[in-house]
Design a protein around this ligand. Structure first.
Ligand SMILES: [Fe+2]
Ligand SMILES: [Fe+2]
Length: 233
């Protein structure tokens, strides 16, 4: 059986050319695996994926608030905490240190990067406003309820657009934009920065937290997002 450590991000094992069965067979015969790393774009896009799951949690909470349901401050506060520690203090910092500077002097992307930087600041401010609102949430406080819904809406709307533009318009250029620094070198710097900022197991631990919040809200199964046959009829 694979141990958690064996499957962790840093120790992702590639047995080139092996089928699923061959992979297991290879492990049982102690064939030495080849250790590989992720590229800068893969690392950043996976971080986006984690953020989208945290945003989906907040979106579900927003719907619960609108439906006058009690929400769990632990889950709401926890999801905002993930956005703060993982997205604001790790992902955004990494983009500002490694991604945006790679485009310095590139006029074509200057306007886009100016907007992205402004949105980083906005995300940081929105998260700072949301955190105490979620942690001390009271369904009976009409003003707090409206404010929480509004802040979640502003953060999710902007973040979804922001990440989509980065994924489709900016990140693909990273491979070619800076001939002075190879993409492989950039990738290893990005990977080292992630480890420094959140620790070697930080990504796996963040995913575990998110999964527990999703389970608490009943959205821990991807299938729960599929429209029902009645929805589609
Ligand atoms: Fe960004
Ligand atoms: Fe990003």
């Amino acid at each position: 059986m694979f141990s958690k450590n064996l499957l962790s991000r840093r120790n992702f094992l590639v047995l080139a050319g092996a089928s699923g069965a061959g992979l297991l067979e290879g492990c049982s015969k102690s064939r030495r695996p080849v250790e590989t790393t992720y590229t800068a774009i893969e690392i950043l896009e996976r971080q986006h994926g984690i953020n989208r799951r945290a945003l989906a949690i907040l979106d579900t909470i927003k719907n619960e608030i609108n439906a006058q349901m009690d929400i769990s401050p632990e889950i709401a506060g926890g999801a905002v905490g993930v956005i703060e520690t993982f997205m604001i203090k790790c992902h955004q910092l990494m983009e500002e240190k490694f991604v945006f500077p790679a485009f310095a002097g590139t006029q074509k992307t200057a306007d886009l990067i100016a907007v992205l930087r402004k949105q980083h600041d906005a995300a940081s401010k929105l998260t700072g406003i949301l955190k105490p609102l979620c942690v001390n949430f009271s369904q009976n406080d009409e003003e707090k309820r409206r404010e929480t819904v509004k802040m979640i809406h502003l953060l999710t709307r902007m973040s979804q657009a922001h990440e989509s533009w980065e994924d489709t318009t900016l990140f693909p250029l990273l491979r070619v934009v800076d001939p002075g620094k190879s993409y492989a070198r950039l990738s290893s710097e990005v990977q080292a920065a992630e480890t420094n900022l959140i620790g070697r197991d930080g990504l796996d631990e963040t995913l575990q937290k998110i999964a527990s919040y999703e389970n608490g809200l009943g959205i821990g199964n991807l299938a729960s997002f599929t429209p029902t046959p009645e929805d589609l009829s």
